[in-house]
Design a protein around this ligand. Structure first.
Ligand code: TRP
Length: 337
């Protein structure tokens, strides 16, 4: 059984709808692994969310396990963190339904991601896509976390979760702890290498300027050599997100991989152009991802180990989630089993 700990709690999830990218690692997972001492951490593969967009079943199953292997390879130690698959903890879907009934049509209609995804999947604007934020609110509120680290694009959903929780508490008393979104500053936004004003997305296909955690070194080097730099005449390595989004993105990546500051990077490449800088960034990324790729590949061959991790994770998560769900069912007036 899970122990009650005095530690603060942290929770986040990633949809297994695409391969994890360099952006997922530098912007999220890398920061998470440093938190295990301080926080009681829960991370899950959001497979329930993934099917709001049509998935190939075999790919979804493989990617969910790969994502677990990659979490571990990125430093999320299953002994110190609770790692689980969302669909294994049935309380998510159950609380999701209840919260659907406390989420307003108008609120859900205003979500940027809903509008965005509806325009991209015009032939499949399903109910799940619309109520995605109430399921996400359930993911969060089941665990009463102190901190919910998310990317900039998910902030609106955490804010809606806050609204739903406040509404519910307003009717039934203090059931839910109000969550705070936490958007980490360092490396929070790694952009596409070919379109540096758009986030490096895991759902898009290759050739859209993304690097995945499993990319071979040659592929990484090729992508960085082809990375878009800026068309200013300066041709010098200098940080300016507004005027030089391409170079600034590469500097962010280089800084995150090497620990060097922007000033140090500017000094290192003073008098050299973009042509010299780009392969250096590629090399730094290759070395950062090499141990992760190797360890994830090894873990993918050890299915028994992965199974053990996700089973234990679901058991621990289910114990916490059930307590909250039981309280909610009682509050809304369901007869106890
Ligand atoms: N919606 C998040 C994403 O698209 C994934 C997610 C689902 C999540 N449930 C969550 C993140 C709860 C944080 C907390 O990436």
């Amino acid at each position: 059984m899970a122990e009650e700990t005095a530690k603060k709690r942290m929770l986040s999830g990633i949809k297994p709808s695409g391969d994890l990218t360099l952006g997922s690692y530098l912007g999220a997972i890398k920061n998470w692994s440093a938190r295990a001492e301080e926080y009681d951490c829960f991370y899950f593969m959001a497979d329930l969310h993934a099917i709001t967009v049509r998935q190939n079943p075999a790919d979804l199953r493989r990617r969910t396990l790969e994502q677990l292997a990659q979490y571990i390879a990125c430093g999320l130690d299953p002994e110190k963190n609770t790692l689980f698959i969302q669909s294994h903890v049935h309380q998510h879907a159950e609380l999701g339904w209840v919260l659907d009934c406390y989420s307003m049509f108008g609120e859900l209609s205003r979500m940027t991601q809903f509008k965005d995804k509806s325009s991209k999947n015009a032939d499949n604007i399903n109910g799940g896509l619309f109520t995605y934020p109430s399921l996400m609110a359930a993911d969060i509120l089941l665990y009463q976390p102190d901190l919910v680290p998310v990317g900039e694009d998910q902030k609106q959903h955490v804010e809606l979760c806050h609204t739903i929780a406040r509404r519910f508490n307003g009717i039934y008393g203090d059931v839910f702890k109000l969550p705070e979104p936490f958007v980490p500053k360092v490396g929070a936004r790694i952009m596409s290498l070919t379109n540096p004003t758009a986030k490096m997305s895991k759902s898009e296909n290759e050739d859209t300027g993304r690097i995945t955690l499993m990319d071979a070194p040659e592929v990484i080097m090729r992508q960085f050599k082809r990375a878009i730099t800026d068309s200013d005449t300066e041709n010098c390595v200098h940080y300016d997100r507004e005027k030089k989004p391409g170079v600034s993105n590469l500097m962010t990546i280089y800084s995150a991989c090497t620990g060097k500051s922007f000033a140090e990077i500017e000094a290192e490449f003073a008098g050299q152009g973009y042509g010299a800088f780009k392969p250096k960034v590629g090399e730094a990324v290759v070395e950062t991802l090499r141990p992760i790729r190797e360890e994830a590949t090894r873990l993918m061959k050890d299915k028994a180990y992965l199974e053990n991790v996700y089973r234990q994770g679901a058991e621990k998560a289910g114990y916490v989630a059930e307590k909250t769900l039981r309280k909610v069912y009682k509050k809304v007036g369901f007869v106890a089993r």
